[in-house]
Design a protein around this ligand. Structure first.
Ligand SMILES: [Zn+2]
Length: 273
């Protein structure tokens, strides 16, 4: 396979010319990295990153050339290098040109950010950062860009759901709530909606067919009565389970209350506590 074809294949983009592909030593880390120097086809240059329209050149902001971190090649970092001028779109104004392998203003390729985001959905941030050799904050930035740019998942098929977990959580300092449903067999969030309560959860169960509802065997959640009510109403064969996180929390809370009560009693009766 020729170098040109090789780089196009790993980046997953055809409409560019590969000028060079070489290794170099990174000055700070002293590690060997791969670099591919590429040039977009003329027809793909000066496109607006918002509408994709072909625009006029507007010079360079800082450096002529920019690097994007792509997925590692073997154990080595791999960078794609290309000129990154600005263009002036009649509708969106002056912008850095559209780069077909990266989200706007990103220093990473789509593939890299998608992998980081997918990994971050399943693993703690510090592990993801170590795995991909990026900063802790970069993990969040990658996830944010993927969320902003990738269209929402197609309506899910809820076939073969057996064990699910339901939870509500607050954000924006407790002003807003979100309810999520997770498939416990693969760890994926399969549904989420703003708010909580009977009305919200009913929406989820109403999307399922009778057969799918009947297939649910176990539902884990905290002690919320609205969850119990909806599970009883829609899932005839499900066992309502309480998740260990809340059980441990309740037990510790109860123990704490008992300790306080005994301490207060002992004090009242004049015994040393
Ligand atoms: Zn535009």
């Amino acid at each position: 396979m020729k170098m040109n074809k090789f780089v196009k294949t790993i980046i997953g983009y055809e409409r560019m010319k590969v000028q060079d592909f070489y290794t170099e030593e990174e000055p700070y880390r002293g590690e060997m990295v791969f670099v591919a120097q590429v040039e977009l086809y003329k027809s793909e240059t000066y496109r607006c990153p918002v509408c994709g329209r072909k625009c006029v050149s507007y010079g360079y902001q800082r450096n002529r050339v920019k690097r994007w971190r792509a997925l590692d090649l073997g154990s080595h970092r791999f960078y794609l290098e290309c000129e990154a001028p600005r263009c002036k779109c009649p509708e969106h104004g002056v912008k850095a040109v559209k780069i077909p392998w990266a989200f706007p203003d990103s220093d990473y390729t789509y593939a890299f950010e998608m992998q980081v985001a997918y990994c971050a959905a399943n693993e703690p941030t510090n592990l993801v950062a170590r795995k991909y050799r990026i900063k802790w904050g970069t993990v969040g930035n990658c996830v944010g860009r993927v969320q902003d740019n990738v269209p929402p998942l197609q309506p899910q098929s809820f076939k073969n759901l057996k064990r699910i977990a339901i939870d509500e959580t607050s954000y924006q300092k407790g002003y807003k709530y979100i309810t999520t449903v997770m498939n416990l067999d693969n760890g994926e969030i399969i549904w989420a909606a703003d708010g909580f309560g009977d009305e919200v959860l009913r929406e989820f169960f109403e999307q399922l067919t009778d057969e799918e509802r009947a297939g649910i065997e176990q539902v884990a959640a905290d002690g919320a009565r609205w969850i119990t009510r909806q599970v009883e109403a829609f899932c005839p064969n499900a066992v309502r389970c309480v998740d260990p996180f809340h059980v441990v929390g309740w037990a510790t809370g109860a123990l704490d209350n008992a300790r306080k009560r005994i301490a207060a009693d002992t004090k009242k009766n004049g015994l040393p506590c």
